[in-house]
Design a protein around this ligand. Structure first.
Ligand SMILES: [Zn+2]
Length: 426
């Protein structure tokens, strides 16, 4: 289906033009994507939809041109929020097992999840929320710590024996070239018609059943129920991982994130600056701000990373009080990689551990309880991220300062915390 709303402010598109496109929206939407029909040489779509679909194609080309012209850098594929938003693929109730942006470190390999785990009973029907050509694959994950990597190896479903029968993926490519992947479907449940179309490239219509959720083999703690789930992942043509939650109907969530702690460490080090005699840490040189932030969803004991985090720095010294660094959106996980590889990025955004006196606090992204330490001074979405980035306190006057941190989840629930400290370089 044709998305009808752009988050254009992110990418510098001609917003007025897109608004004009929007206003021409026809009430009827295509049952199959225009691009595919054009490629297939068929022109049987409804007359009234023609104009709107032509606009969709044109907008798509505008996006492509913007990417090509460098206005939208690779990895900044514009996330399109359809209106109305799409239906979630699970027919029936489901819970979130892991969010798109959750830090994970199964097998001690740090990476960002990149998809959303939809927990639902075995046999729950999965339907495609978008129309387009379909592929069916088996796959395995190739992940390791040295060199740090997290990749998928795929082969056509049924083309060879062996492999993990839980690792079956049905993928539908929408009109924008975005590929919607539905993983952990029961191989025997995939309808014959879907398998047939995967060989002929005939498009599937929105809402077509793709199969049912396969039986998982174990729970993911702290939940003790077996972790039956469908992993939903959306990848743009330029390789950007998109957060599906921003394209789907909003989920009910009234639980705000929690900030468990804020600490300062020397750049890229683990030991936190201890509190001085006056009760606040005394720091010098290049420092990192590290935050422990988690979020929860109703009906589940899993913890997630916050969706968005912003910080600002205030000077508290009497001679020169005020806002030193205004609010900066440090993290917003509407896409991955923000810049660079998502595995490398995980090690820059997430901090593996901090040492608070004798206590060691660690990030945990596998069996629960999950816990997330985030470095908030390693960059932001526009400048990119690097471990060497820090707050250079030598550029500041000696004196007292306060970091303020705000974290929000996808529903906009807010948590905030502050940390006061003293800079003493001279
Ligand atoms: Zn998953």
């Amino acid at each position: 289906m044709c998305p009808s709303f752009f988050t254009a402010r992110d990418v510098g598109f001609p917003i007025d033009f897109l608004a004009a496109l929007r206003s021409r929206r026809s009430g009827k939407l295509l049952k199959t994507p225009l691009l595919m029909r054009l490629l297939a040489g068929t022109h049987s779509f409804h007359e009234k939809s023609g104009l709107w679909n032509g606009c969709c194609l044109f907008a798509f080309l505008v996006i492509q041109a913007a990417v090509a012209a460098g206005q939208a850098a690779p990895g900044e594929w514009p996330l399109v929020t359809p209106s109305p938003r799409l239906e979630w693929p699970v027919r029936g109730p489901f819970l979130i097992g892991a969010q798109f942006h959750d830090f994970q470190n199964y097998s001690n390999v740090p990476y960002l999840h990149g998809g959303i785990d939809l927990r639902a009973p075995v046999g729950s029907v999965i339907c495609t929320p978008v129309a387009g050509p379909v592929t069916v694959s088996s796959y395995q994950i190739d992940a390791g710590r040295s060199p740090l990597r997290f990749q998928y190896r795929r082969w056509p479903f049924g083309s060879r024996s062996g492999g993990d029968t839980r690792y079956v993926e049905v993928a539908v490519t929408d009109a924008w070239g975005q590929t919607w992947m539905f993983r952990h479907l029961d191989a025997v449940s995939i309808p014959g018609e879907v398998l047939r179309r995967s060989r002929t490239s005939e498009p599937l219509a929105t809402g077509t059943p793709l199969g049912t959720i396969v039986a998982w083999h174990q729970p993911v703690l702290p939940e003790t129920a077996t972790y039956h789930h469908c992993h939903l992942e959306v990848v743009a043509p330029d390789g950007t991982y998109l957060n599906p939650a921003l394209m789907m109907a909003p989920l009910l969530d009234d639980i705000p994130p929690q900030v468990h702690g804020l600490w300062l460490v020397r750049n890229e080090e683990e030991r936190v600056f201890p509190a001085g005699p006056d009760g606040w840490p005394v720091v010098d040189g290049d420092i990192d701000l590290v935050a422990a932030i988690t979020d929860e969803m109703p009906g589940s004991r899993y913890r997630h990373s916050p969706f968005r985090v912003r910080t600002r720095l205030l000077a508290l010294t009497a001679s020169e009080p005020g806002e030193l660094l205004p609010w900066l959106e440090v993290l917003r996980f509407d896409r991955l990689p923000v810049t660079g590889d998502r595995t490398q990025l995980a090690t820059v955004i997430y901090k593996e551990r901090v040492r608070v006196g004798e206590q060691v606090i660690t990030s945990n992204g596998e069996m629960g309880p999950r816990f997330f330490l985030l470095t908030l001074t390693n960059g932001d979405r526009r400048r990119g991220y690097a471990a060497r980035n820090a707050l250079p306190t030598r550029a500041l006057r000696d004196g007292r300062y306060r970091y303020e941190v705000e974290a929000t989840d996808l529903a906009g629930n807010l948590a905030s915390a502050t940390l006061e400290f003293e800079v003493r370089n001279r």
